[in-house]
Design a protein around this ligand. Structure first.
Ligand code: SF4
Ligand code: SF4
Length: 102
């Protein structure tokens, strides 16, 4: 596998424990994609039925690979420019809590 190195904002924490990439309130995807237009939902979220189906590579901390929420004050050219973000879970939906409407 070829590797690339990219500087991305870190996903500092995520409370969406039903997501397959979540373990111990952390996101362990390589990178996530956030949002569509003005909705800062986590597009990478997917629900898994039980803990055994969660990601095993828990040493990895995820980054924000892309964000489509152009009206967030941290968004520049569909990229997140915050130092880090926090993702929260509300009923059935995971959303970026660092979002600030500009
Ligand atoms: S909801 Fe998004 S940020 Fe949270 S663990 Fe899943 S992919 Fe990561
Ligand atoms: S802070 Fe703003 S730009 Fe960064 S991921 Fe969240 S919604 Fe997107």
């Amino acid at each position: 596998m070829k590797h690339i190195e990219i500087i991305m904002p870190q996903v500092k924490a995520c409370t969406a424990q039903a997501c397959g990439f979540n373990k111990d309130m952390g996101c362990h995807a390589r990178a996530i994609t956030v949002g569509d237009e003005n909705n800062p939902g986590c597009d990478t979220f997917f629900a898994v039925p039980d803990i055994s189906a969660h990601a095993k590579s828990v040493g990895r901390v995820s980054g924000v690979g892309a964000c489509k929420v152009a009206d967030c004050k941290f968004n520049d050219d569909y990229e997140c420019m915050a130092d880090e973000i926090i993702v929260g879970f509300n009923n059935t939906k995971a959303s970026c809590q660092t979002y600030v409407h500009q």
